[in-house]
Structure formats: structure tokens, C-alpha cells
Design a protein around this ligand. Structure first.
Ligand SMILES: C[S@@+](CC[C@H](N)C(=O)[O-])C[C@H]1O[C@@H](n2cnc3c(N)ncnc32)[C@H](O)[C@@H]1O
Length: 245
């Protein structure tokens, strides 16, 4: 039975496989996604940060150490939220166990809103973008990463758990629900095209400041074969936007 994002990550098998994978060598998160995100969110000193779908909130601890004024992580999975609480022990960071869809966003309360690899689990992104827009102070930033649309479009021909050798892009312009087997579970994701993400941001009122596909950079990889492999297809799409002054 397919699950929505938070319930999927609360599954014992999924949670264990995900955490094990995140601790591996040269993970895509560490080598591809994080360097781009860190580049796009600077400077973070004195920024009030909101993180939607924060997972273990490791980034929250890091941003607070680097001088962020505050950090709030929204997380829908109980298991992830528990872990995030532990990560933030002895910091001023806060975790709210709530879904991105259901949380009541305070108005103009954040200078930086981030979301890392969580928004492709959200069905109505237009609504969330509007909530984020209202929650950001004038000139504040919104930076998010999602699975790249060439990945979310279609997973035909891929047997979960195996090292993927070929990628099929199909039904690219048929946006919407996708059901995928991953990490020993079955999850609902939402496929959108690159232009849909771009135009949704613009329609909400954001000024788009950057668009990245996390192309691999040698300096972040220990293993040369993984580096070469990551040149085959983009895994992530990252967009940065600003609320007008
Ligand atoms: C792939 S993990 C990424 C975690 C973290 N952002 C990171 O990059 O390390 C996706 C996270 O988003 C959370 N999530 C997915 N959909 C969500 C929703 N609708 N509301 C709240 N959290 C959600 C999941 O529970 C999971 O912790």
C-alpha cells in the first residue's frame, strides 16, 4: 500500500534503510545537493530559518553554529522528528511535529525558508508556496531542492535496491502522482516539470534568483567512480527565490 511522505518515513524498514544510506560514502545528498544549497542560502548570519520536511535536522544544528538567529524544523514523521529533537539538544532550534500542509505558518516570521527533498511529496504545491510567501519577511529567501523531474517522471525498468544503470524519461508532461518502490516501501510522490516549479514560484510573487541541477564537482567526492557515475543524469533540481522588498 503506497504511503504519503511522513507515513512512508515512519515505516521501520524505510527509516532504517534511509538512515543507513545517509551515512554511506559520497551520498548524493552530501556530494550534490548540500553544496548547492549551502551556496544559495548564504549569508546565514542572524537569519531566522524555517526548514520544511527537516528530517534529522542536521542542517539546523549546522546553521545555528554558523550564526543563524533561529531554526524551526517542520517534520511530519514521528521517527524523524524524534531524531531531529536529539540533533538539536543544547541548541535553540525547535522541531514541530506537523505536516508541511497542515502547519499554521506565522506571517513574515522568517528570513530564510528552506526545504530539502521534501516538496515532491506534497500534492498542492501552489498552496504551500503561497503559505511560504506569506511567512517570509520582505527580501527574505526561499531555497528548495526536489528530486529532479527527469527522475520523478518515470521509474519503469528500475528494480529498487539495485544500482541503476539506465534511466527512462517518459510521460514527462503528464504531471502529478507517481507511486514508487523505494527503500523497501512504496511511496506517493508528485512529478512536476522544471517549468512548472519555475512558473509556480513566479505566479506566487517570488523573484527567482537561481536554478541549479547539482552538477557533480570533483572536490566533494572521495570515490572517483561515483563522481563519474553522477555525471550521467541530474538527480536534483534546486531553485532559489526572493520575496520582493
Ligand atoms: C528525503 S527526506 C529529507 C530530509 C531532510 N530535509 C534532509 O535533506 O536531510 C524527506 C523528509 O521530508 C519529510 N516529509 C515528506 N513529506 C512531508 C510533509 N508533507 N510534511 C512534513 N514532512 C514531510 C519526511 O518525513 C522526511 O523526513
Amino acid at each position: 500500500m503506497e504511503k504519503a511522505g511522513p507515513n512512508f518515513f515512519d515505516d521501520e524498514v524505510v527509516f532504517a534503510s534511509y538512515m543507513q544510506r545517509r551515512q554511506g560514502l559520497d551520498t548524493p545528498n552530501d556530494t550534490l545537493e548540500k553544496p548547492v544549497l549551502m551556496d544559495l542560502i548564504q549569508p546565514i548570519t542572524d537569519k531566522r530559518v524555517l526548514d520544511m520536511g527537516c528530517g534529522d535536522a542536521a542542517i539546523g544544528r549546522e546553521l545555528l553554529l554558523q550564526g543563524a538567529a533561529s531554526y524551526i524544523g517542520i517534520e511530519g514523521s514521528h521517527k524523524m522528528a524524534n531524531l531531529a529533537h536529539q540533533t538539536l539538544v543544547n541548541t535553540s532550534g525547535k522541531i514541530i511535529l506537523q505536516t508541511i500542509e497542515d502547519w499554521t505558518y506565522p506571517q513574515g516570521a522568517f528570513d530564510l525558508v528552506i526545504s530539502r527533498l521534501a516538496l515532491h511529496y506534497v500534492a498542492d504545491l501552489a498552496l504551500i508556496f503561497t503559505k511560504v510567501f506569506d511567512a517570509i519577511a520582505p527580501s527574505g529567501k526561499f531555497v528548495f531542492s526536489v528530486e529532479h523531474p527527469v527522475i520523478t517522471s518515470c521509474d519503469r525498468g528500475w528494480i529498487g535496491g539495485t544500482l541503476r544503470q539506465d534511466w527512462m524519461v517518459d510521460n514527462y508532461f503528464k504531471t502529478g502522482l507517481r507511486v514508487t518502490n523505494w527503500l523497501g516501501g512504496t511511496v506517493k510522490k508528485y512529478h512536476r516539470t522544471v517549468e512548472e516549479y519555475f512558473h509556480l514560484l513566479q505566479k506566487t510573487g517570488f523573484i527567482i534568483t537561481d536554478l541549479r541541477e547539482a552538477h557533480p564537482q570533483r572536490e566533494y567526492f572521495q570515490d572517483i567512480e561515483t563522481y563519474e557515475r553522477r555525471k550521467r543524469i541530474p538527480l536534483f533540481l534546486i531553485l532559489a527565490a526572493r520575496k520582493p522588498a
